[in-house]
Design a protein around this ligand. Sequence first.
Ligand SMILES: NC(=O)c1ccc[n+]([C@@H]2O[C@H](COP(=O)([O-])OP(=O)(O)OC[C@H]3O[C@@H](n4cnc5c(N)ncnc54)[C@H](O)[C@@H]3O)[C@@H](O)[C@H]2O)c1
Length: 381
Amino acid sequence: MARKKLNIGLIGYGFMGRAHSNAYAQVNKFFDLGYEPVLKAACARKEDKLKPFAENWGWESMESDWRKLIARDDIDVVDISVPNNLHRDIAVAAAQAGKMILCEKPLAMNAAEGLEMTEAVEKAGVANMVWFNYRRVPAISLAKQLIDEGRLGRIFHYRAKYLQDWTINENVPLGGQTLWRLDIDAAGSGVTGDLLAHSIDTAIWLIGGVDKVCGMTETFVKERELQDQPGVRMPVGIDDACAFLAKFKNGALSTFESTRYARGRKNQNTFEVNGEHGSLYFDLEDAHQLQYYDNRLDSHVHGWQTILVTDFEHPYMNKYWVPGCTIGYEHTFINALADFIKGLDTGVPVRPNFRDALETQRVCDAALKSAKTEKWEKVQG
Ligand SMILES: NC(=O)c1ccc[n+]([C@@H]2O[C@H](COP(=O)([O-])OP(=O)(O)OC[C@H]3O[C@@H](n4cnc5c(N)ncnc54)[C@H](O)[C@@H]3O)[C@@H](O)[C@H]2O)c1
């Protein structure tokens, strides 16, 4: 089938630059879509670093200033894969230039910036998506399907954890090209925006909006050496760990916990949902499985069942291999991109869009505020 061209301009060649480049190259190998992404231009400040990346992934051209990339007539979609402090300026400029936007999470440094971005894309009427890729893990999409089918009934509880351990060593420096996540001015927050934003997006998608939160944060290592200036030390402004209680609008009680100090946990992203008729449990470290407890079965066969989410009837899986064969982390980005392009094909816009990500940002802001005020905080908006 003849596909229309979708010219992509990618900003940032790091972790997400690679994940997205792979998705552009692979998406129509597995999905049969109306648009073909063209790797038109990649942008980063340093040409010597960008060049091997661009050659490896097949980007046709390079730019060293994102403003020039946005000004190009041959770019349809701007992909924001840079640290969080750049999201707002790039997104607002891209929207004003009439470009479609694919933005990495968290949407922004805070909800005020996120609102500006959301209003800019809505005013411009441009297609927009935020890469909350975990929605596209087939087992999580299946959890959404089971909840929407009413299999859990009324939801009482949601319990989310997102745990890592890579900043325990106090000699890990701060800032610079690779450790901007530890720099409050580049990241906006610590684990709250980096990790809990994922957990919150998944939770809102699965069970609905959050009414209020009560949280606490801690910064275990108070001062670190700057990566770019050895010998110079700076106070650490990010939250190393964050835990909060949340009351959902539907009345569900919930807990969220995240840290980079859980020794042995590399990227453990879990949730459990408890409803009137059943429960679900997911762990990213066993990403192809969904645990399901169905209380409506006869009582002598009650028990948790493990659904191996690899069958053709499971979300996305009929696009890949035969039942029993698993897919990986990178496929969640391919699935997200396929959904974005399907939205262009059908005219039904993809979710999560900027407004959805703004809702998540507001929960992050409320959790951080509550940690300061030591009080329950309403989620704004
Ligand atoms: N969806 C996910 O699961 C996921 C995972 C990791 C990161 N992220 C998000 O993706 C974004 C990027 O994170 P990453 O891990 O890829 O970071 P990274 O450090 O690996 O890469 C960042 C890139 O941005 C480039 N950059 C920095 N300033 C620039 C500028 N002024 N102009 C052009 N390029 C610039 C850097 O050169 C680098 O190529 C962040 O918002 C992060 O939160 C999302």
